[in-house]
Ligand binder design. Structure first.
Ligand code: ZN
Length: 326
């Protein structure tokens, strides 16, 4: 009986090593029905995760590493590697780090930039222990509020992961929707584990108020705080030499701004940021969103228009209030 199980484990290990992601998905389902092969289940799960991590070269010194809707970008510069956003968990981000090191044949990381203070963009900072983390100063408060009670965070994330798992059972294994849920479930369960283990949060240690330039030798990263919008700490990051703009979670397709309605709009800062964007607009070729979306110039222009309209209408309201006031 034991020998049979050992042989089966060996066969599974062999298939895991050799198989495509579709075969792994099928194996994943079969194995999850069998309580005696938990060890193999972990190996299959690990291999499936690895097979679903994508690497896209944006230009000859920038890669986008993504897993479902999670994405981080790495840029190789004369003064070291810069990473934009760090993902949601140490488990996944340590895999991304290994991939970046392999692709660039270097582990000389200089900065990690958090596009804003939401946990799915900074929790993986811890994987870059020796690296300076750059963010807007408001991110510090956002982070400390979010991590006041790690146990509560762990439970909430575990609940979301369980919900994804339940939904997966209703779907065809290997289908687009199933894979999407699998990646979401994996992100949440890894993040829940970090919180349950009380893994420390690596806080940004290079913060700024309005704007900051990082001189990386061959390229410059220009960072500006847009003003409160999607979060309290939203950044736009422009790399003129590479014609790239990073927009975090500020907008998605069609330029639809992603605004947190509870936040007071930062009209003056939005206006200043629009001028900043207009100056750079013509030189931007590629726009990358905080979840790996490659956005178009139309999306950017539509976003700028919508923000501009909001500034104008708020200004009119403000003038209206002033006129109507006794
Ligand atoms: Zn966000």
């Amino acid at each position: 009986m034991k020998t049979g199980l050992e042989t089966r484990k060996k066969i599974i290990a062999y298939i895991v090593k050799k198989s495509s992601s579709l075969a792994l998905i099928i194996l994943f389902i079969v194995q999850s029905m069998n309580p005696f092969v938990a060890q193999c289940q972990v190996a299959i799960n690990d291999r499936l995760i690895d097979s679903l991590i994508r690497v896209d070269w944006i230009n000859d010194q920038t890669i986008l590493v993504s897993f479902g809707s999670e994405a981080i970008t790495a840029m190789k510069t004369e003064r070291g590697i810069v990473v934009i956003d760090a993902g949601m968990s140490s488990g996944l981000t340590s895999r991304y780090r290994k991939i970046i090191e392999k692709e660039f044949e270097s582990d000389d990381f200089r900065y990690v930039i958090n596009s804003h203070g939401h946990h799915d963009h900074y929790r993986g900072n811890i994987v870059f222990k020796e690296v300076r983390v750059v963010a807007h100063e408001n991110a510090l408060e956002e982070i400390s509020v979010q991590w006041k009670n790690q146990k509560k965070v762990a439970d909430r994330l575990a609940m979301i992961a369980a919900d994804y798992e339940k939904q997966m059972k209703e779907l065809q294994p290997g289908s687009k929707e199933w894979i999407e849920l699998f990646t979401q479930k994996t992100r949440c369960s890894f993040a829940s584990k970090d919180a349950a283990d009380s893994l420390p949060v690596k806080q940004p240690d290079l913060t700024f108020t309005d704007s900051l330039n990082l001189d990386m030798g061959d390229v410059t990263l220009e960072l500006i705080h847009l003003g409160r919008c999607h979060s309290n700490s939203d950044l736009l990051i422009c790399v003129p030499e590479l014609h790239l703009l990073f927009t975090g979670d500020l907008f998605f397709k069609y330029g639809r701004p992603s605004m947190n309605e509870d936040l007071q709009p930062d009209l003056e800062k939005w206006q200043r940021s629009l001028a900043w964007l207009e100056k750079r607009d013509a030189s931007i070729d590629k726009i990358i969103g905080g979840h790996g979306q490659i956005l178009s110039r139309d999306d950017l222009e539509s976003f700028m228009r919508k923000i501009g309209d909001k500034v104008q209408s708020q200004d009119k309201n403000r003038i209206g209030i002033e006129i109507n006031q006794p």
